[in-house]
Write a protein that binds this ligand. Structure first.
Ligand SMILES: [Zn+2]
Length: 651
């Protein structure tokens, strides 16, 4: 088999649903599956997977393709790297180029070094050398089931134990250094990075070990915890501890609890709460939040009130407010950490604290309120200014209003007049700091707006296009092509009547050309062949998948279809007329053409037919070109638009 054959075989063998499910939680939606997009931040699911064809597409950000592009996009791989991994999954062998081979070999090497180290640390914990570590874990209340579940280990108090163990596996110091497990000596040679530490291996969601955290047992050691350095595999800002074990519980609860440390995660899990993880690195990043929001709608950070984590979060409010998931904080009683709370109060006590969660903005407003509650007069104005400043960090206007009301409520403490007064002061302050604010706009250019149906969102997304054409026209074109990609009768009927040039979107023309070729090949109409024959990557292919994924009801009446075809043809005639009119205007201005010339008179006659100069007939389609299937009733109105334009000109 050559690589092309292997590629086809991979597509047959690797199920897109199970591949995508490793990264996001899919839900059934008719013949398709859907999820919140892993490639952009969103609160509603615009990301669709089609099991039958093996395609995925996001109507929000336009990401789309097959198993190859999915793996490339989500793991940041090159094509050969993705192909190699997929071939592995399919039980096939991919022939890589030397360069790609080297890069992927490096990652493979780091991966296998990590696996050996993981094994070594676990063995050592169980050996005589691990006695002190086992004692430490027992004192921390970590039981045997947790030691096994989290694969805890121990790095012995030695400069070269791991180095020697790895050498026994044929791994050089130089290679071990790539995994961050050893460091070079100034005098040559290497020494172990982790010494006399309880080891917490860190796994990706799919269970591969990518790095380690180590807790020292030496009371004189300053660095209580250290982590693996960043490697080809390990990126702290994107890694979450415990996700491999918590995944299912998070999906079930549709909520993820985030604590600060390894032992916090372990104690909470041990208390019987499964949906808990810890973010690595000192601050929570947008990447962490994006990763977590793939699995649940709500992310709750559990902080010790005085902890550095809380401080960092408060400096970072915008990141939290901009996350796709609903982000909350739950604050522990002063001086306690999640570890203690879980051990002392159990699952119930812990969940009582989670119950009191607030958004970061609410938390901050509450802090402002508490600091100022004893004050009146000018101090109240100062508090309002501070609160308004906080509210400007909420990008969503509706949420901002809710927070404003909450803050005013707290302030009023049941006194309506006081609440209303505060509401006015806050609104006034907000107006000062956000003079340009426009309510109702989403967080992203392409975001949905409240009340918009999925179907409408999708058809709008599909009719987005380069070029200056009426959106209604693009929508109709997209709907017709989508329908032709599902129904061979429809495709045949369209092919007999509609020329490639009648279409307005360049990408649609390429797709339609392939479609007609395929129809005429006499091989029997298999719509997916049309997509498969498009260029491997790029705008046309993305468009093809997008059209394919747009669910269109094919029960389109012939009458509507005919009128749609006619509208596209008229629009083409109008585009030609517009070009001609520009040329003629130039010719008359330049004195090259006389207003009495037959050419100009002919032009005028045709202008009358088309709605004439100055007529907006062709632009008024915008609202109702009529989308196939869903809008039968609106199609005649678009026709009426044309009729009116003609009548105006004729009279
Ligand atoms: Zn997307």
């Amino acid at each position: 088999m050559d690589n092309d054959d292997i590629k086809d075989e991979i597509k047959r063998r690797v199920d897109i649903v199970s591949l995508v499910s490793r990264y996001v939680t899919l839900q059934r939606a008719g013949r398709r599956m859907r999820a919140r997009c892993p490639f952009h931040e969103e609160t509603q699911a615009s990301f669709y997977v089609d099991p039958a064809s093996g395609f995925y597409h996001c109507f929000g950000c336009g990401a789309g393709g097959d198993v190859f592009s999915f793996l490339m996009q989500i793991e940041g791989l090159t094509f050969p790297e993705a192909a190699e991994r997929l071939a592995d999954m399919a039980g096939l062998r991919w022939r890589s180029s030397p360069g790609a081979k080297q890069a992927s070999q490096q990652r493979d090497t780091v991966r296998s070094v990590n696996e050996y180290a993981d094994e070594f640390f676990q063995q050592t914990l169980r050996s005589d050398a691990g006695a002190a570590a086992r004692k430490y874990l027992a004192e921390r209340g970590i039981n045997e089931a947790s030691v096994q579940g989290f694969n805890l280990g121990y790095a012995p108090d030695s400069w070269d134990s791991l180095l020697r163990y790895l050498a026994g596996k044929g791994i050089s110091g130089q290679v071990a250094e790539q995994a961050g497990l050893v460091k070079p000596r100034a005098t040559g040679g290497y020494y172990d990075t982790f010494r006399n530490r309880v080891m917490f291996p860190i796994y990706e969601v799919n269970g591969r070990v990518i790095g380690f955290g180590g807790r020292t047992l030496d009371p004189d050691e300053d660095a209580k915890y250290i982590n693996s350095p960043e490697t080809a595999l390990f990126k702290k800002g994107r890694t979450v501890y415990g996700l491999n074990l918590a995944r299912q519980a998070i999906s079930d609860a549709n909520q993820v609890l985030v604590v600060e440390g390894y032992t916090d995660v372990i104690s909470v899990v041990q208390a019987g709460i499964g949906n808990v993880v810890a973010c690595l690195g000192t601050a929570t990043t947008a990447d962490h939040l994006r990763l977590l929001s793939r699995y649940a709608d709500e992310v709750v950070f559990i902080y010790d009130a005085d902890a550095a984590g809380m401080e960092a979060a408060l400096r970072n409010i915008e990141t939290f407010e901009n996350a796709a998931a609903d982000v909350k904080v739950a604050v522990l009683p002063t001086g306690q950490d999640p570890d203690e709370v879980a051990r002392d109060l159990g699952a119930e006590g812990f969940m009582n604290i989670v119950e009191k969660r607030l958004s970061l903005v609410e938390y901050q407003l509450r802090m402002i309120f508490l600091a100022h509650q004893e004050q009146t007069g000018s101090d109240r104005a100062a508090a309002a200014r501070e609160a308004a400043q906080m509210l400007t960090k909420v990008p969503d206007a509706v949420r901002r209003d809710e927070f404003l009301a909450t803050a005013a409520d707290w302030w009023g403490q049941g006194n309506t007049a006081r609440t209303e007064a505060m509401q006015r002061v806050l609104t006034e302050e907000l107006r000062k700091v956000m003079p340009q604010s426009r309510y109702g706009r989403g967080r992203y250019g392409k975001a949905r707006y409240a009340g918009q149906s999925d179907r409408q969102f999708i058809t709008d997304a599909v009719s987005r296009s380069a070029g200056d054409h009426p959106a209604g026209c693009l929508k109709m074109e997209a709907a017709m092509l989508s329908a032709a990609l599902t129904d061979s009768d429809f495709a045949g009927y369209m092919a007999e009547r509609l020329a490639v040039e009648d279409l307005v979107d360049e990408r649609d023309r390429v797709i339609y050309t392939r479609l007609v070729e395929h129809l005429q090949s006499g091989q029997g109409y298999v719509p997916q062949t049309v997509i498969d024959k498009l260029p491997e990557a790029g705008a046309v292919r993305d468009r093809g998948v997008e059209l394919w994924m747009q669910e269109v009801d094919c029960g389109l009446e012939r009458k509507v279809l005919d009128s749609n075809i006619e509208k596209l043809q008229r629009y083409r005639a109008w585009r030609a007329w517009r070009e001609q009119s520009a040329r003629i205007a130039e010719a008359i201005d330049g004195g090259e053409l006389s207003p009495d010339s037959p050419e100009y008179l002919e032009f005028k006659r045709r202008s009358g037919e088309l709605g004439g100069p100055g007529s907006t007939g062709y632009h008024t389609y915008e609202a109702d070109w009529g989308v196939a299937g869903s809008n039968h009733d609106t199609a005649p109105r678009a026709d009426a638009g044309i009729e009116e334009a003609k009548d105006d000109e004729g009279s």
